[in-house]
Design a protein around this ligand. Sequence first.
Ligand SMILES: [Zn+2]
Ligand SMILES: [Zn+2]
Ligand SMILES: [Zn+2]
Length: 144
Amino acid sequence: MEQGHALALKEAKMKATPKRLAILEMLDGESAYASPEELWKRLRDRFDRLGLPTVYRNLEELAASGVISKVIHPNRQLYYYFCRNREHHHHFVCLSCRKVEDISSCGIEALEREVSLRNGGKVLSHILQLNGLCGGCANAGGTP
Ligand SMILES: [Zn+2]
Ligand SMILES: [Zn+2]
Ligand SMILES: [Zn+2]
């Protein structure tokens, strides 16, 4: 899957550095979001003297270019997720097991038009994330 990751970076006009590729490989290995600290602990085996700020910076750069997405958790911890779906969509994130599901339909375009018409401005983008419990966690009576 290395090639897919290199391609994702290329599409975002980012250099495919070993660190970026390793981060994508780790995030892609699971269908759940991960924290910078968790990734850092695993990356340290592979990169000598790797500092946590470097991991933070790389994750921020990847998120800013749209290669990975940021998950904003109610616990205020920042997490990141790599999604193979390159179409416009949003995520439903499980606060308990950290699973992420794609939401393909996004009803926001109508709202954007309404806002633009009302104030004569122009909406350029939107951020939407649904938080909750996935089916498995809800059935197990889980709590976030
Ligand atoms: Zn869950
Ligand atoms: Zn997705
Ligand atoms: Zn949308």
